[in-house]
Design a protein around this ligand. Structure first.
Ligand code: 13P
Length: 211
């Protein structure tokens, strides 16, 4: 796809996520990696519901603005994920309600904060580690993300929200939606006894649907 087409992809998926209530206000950011290693990322303080292709920021692998409006303050964690995950071509970071609620509660095991509830959760999200809290835009947040990115498609920023990568923006959006819906299920089942997926079932899924 050409750069212009990818700019339009970001606008299209931003509008779709906003229309579904998964993005609100000026929260959240989306990015796509270009073949030369630069990224297209949503401009800071923009509503994902009303993006403009030409205003999408183009940022070098070193973090310098190459074109468009000033980039998301989180561009550095997007770049960190791309550096650690060669297969990642797109990233979705949103403040969606159920995933953010999950990021605010206390967890016994920060290596994985969602129990294995469904097959699609395992296939699309996998283990979900909690990244310690740093303020939005803090370079320490990008470094904390970098430490976990290599081994995880999805991460949850404490008291903030999820980051999900994919092989395309469509793929990252699908995985993001699976994560948000699984977080919703987690709160829906609440304290009721739950039949979790077994270790055997999880291994079978990872063999049948390697990511
Ligand atoms: P930006 O507007 O700079 O992209 O920040 C929004 C956000 O979601 C911070 O985490």
């Amino acid at each position: 796809m050409t750069e212009d087409t990818l700019r339009c992809e970001i606008v299209k998926f931003g509008a779709l996520l906003y229309a579904r209530g998964l993005a609100h206000g000026s929260a959240g950011n989306l990015s796509i990696r270009l073949d030369d290693g630069a990224i297209l990322v949503t401009p800071t303080n923009s509503s994902l519901g009303s993006l403009t292709p030409v205003k999408i920021s183009k940022v070098s692998p070193a973090g310098d603005l190459l074109a468009g409006n000033p980039p998301s303050k989180e561009a550095f964690f997007h770049l960190a994920v791309y550096e650690e995950r060669p297969s990642a071509k797109a990233i979705v970071h949103l403040h969606s309600t159920h995933a953010v609620a999950l990021s605010c509660i206390c967890h016994d095991d920060s290596a994985n904060v969602l129990p294995p509830l469904t097959a699609y959760q395992m296939m699309r999200v996998g283990r979900l580690p909690l990244v310690p809290y740093y303020r939005p835009g803090d370079r320490k947040l990008a470094e904390a993300v970098r430490r976990l990115a290599g081994g995880h498609k999805a991460m949850l920023l404490a008291n903030h929200g999820p980051i999900v990568s994919g092989t395309s923006l469509q793929d990252a959006v699908h995985s993001f939606e699976e994560l948000e819906e699984t977080a919703k299920l987690f709160f829906l089942v609440g304290n009721r006894p739950v039949s979790l997926l077994t270790c055997e079932a999880i291994v079978e899924l990872s063999e049948a649907f390697p990511s």
